[in-house]
Design a protein. Structure first.
Length: 242
C-alpha cells in the first residue's frame, strides 16, 4: 500500500472531519475525561493535530494555557485559524527535538498512532514531550480494519491490554482504559465498508456535505451518545507520566 500523503489528506478532509459524528463522539469522550482530571495545564500539545478542531474542544472543556499542535502535514494550521498558539511540522514516528522534551502538562494523541509506521516512536515521543506527572489522553481503534479505514491510512488496530502494557513500559501509569461505541460505531464502520465508494465521494472527499449526509450525521451523533461504554471499536486511554 502506498504511503498516505497527509498534506493531500487534510486538504480533502477539511469539510467532513470536524463534522463527522464519530469524531464528535471522540471529542465528547475526550472532553469528559479531561473534566474528571485535576488539571489546569499551562501547555497542551495535540500530537497529530490535524485541523485543530480537537484543540478547540479542549480549550472549551477545561482551563488551559497555550495550545500547541504538531502534525506531519505542513498545511494544517491554515485550517485552524485562531486555535493554535504554535505549530510544528513533525513526523511522530521520528524523534522529537531535545528542546521539546518535558515541556507539556497535557498531551493528546487521538486517532494517530494507527497511522504511523513506527508506532513505538509515537509512544516514545508522547512520553518525551510530557513533564513528570504530565497527562496523556490517547484514542485509537480496535478490531477489523475496513476499506474506508485503509483508504484513510490505518496500518494497524490495537488490543487494549497490549497498548496499555506498552504505555506502562514507556513510563505511564494507566488511570482509565476502556472500549466503547458498540453497537452504533460498529454499524457505521460496516456500512462505510460496504458503501466505501459512495462514502469516499460524498463524505471523505466532499467539498460540501449534502442535506441527506448532514441528517445522517445528526442521527448518528445522537446514537453514539447512547452507545455502550464497555465494548466497541473505540479505545480510550487516560494515563499519567510517572
Amino acid at each position: 500500500m502506498a504511503a498516505t500523503d497527509y498534506t493531500e489528506y487534510w486538504s480533502a478532509l477539511r469539510v467532513s472531519h470536524a463534522a463527522h459524528p464519530a469524531n464528535r463522539f471522540r471529542y465528547e469522550l475526550i472532553a469528559a475525561e479531561l473534566k474528571k482530571l485535576p488539571i489546569r495545564p499551562e501547555r497542551v500539545v495535540d500530537c497529530g493535530c490535524g485541523d485543530g478542531s480537537l484543540l478547540a474542544i479542549i480549550r472549551s472543556a477545561i482551563p488551559c494555557g497555550r495550545l500547541h499542535g504538531m502534525d506531519i502535514a505542513a498545511n494544517v494550521p491554515a485550517s485552524a485559524p485562531g486555535v493554535l498558539d504554535q505549530f510544528r511540522q513533525q513526523d511522530l514516528g521520528t524523534p522529537i527535538p531535545e528542546s521539546m522534551r518535558g515541556q507539556y502538562d497535557l498531551a493528546v494523541c487521538s486517532e494517530v498512532i494507527e497511522h504511523v509506521p513506527n508506532d513505538n516512536g509515537v509512544i516514545e515521543n508522547v512520553a518525551g514531550l510530557l513533564a513528570p506527572q504530565g497527562w496523556l489522553v490517547l484514542t485509537t481503534q480496535t478490531g477489523n480494519i475496513y476499506k474506508t479505514e485503509q483508504f484513510l491510512g490505518h496500518l494497524r488496530h490495537y488490543r487494549l491490554e497490549e497498548l496499555c502494557a506498552r504505555l506502562s513500559q514507556a513510563g505511564f501509569r494507566i488511570i482509565r482504559a476502556y472500549r466503547c461505541g458498540w453497537p452504533f460505531l460498529n454499524m457505521q464502520k460496516i456500512a462505510a465498508h460496504v458503501f466505501q465508494g459512495t462514502v469516499q465521494k460524498k463524505v471523505v472527499q466532499a467539498t460540501s456535505l449534502s442535506l441527506p449526509i448532514r441528517i445522517a450525521f445528526a442521527i448518528l451523533e445522537q446514537l453514539y451518545r447512547v452507545s455502550w461504554r464497555g465494548y466497541g471499536p473505540q479505545l480510550m486511554i487516560v494515563a499519567q507520566k510517572i
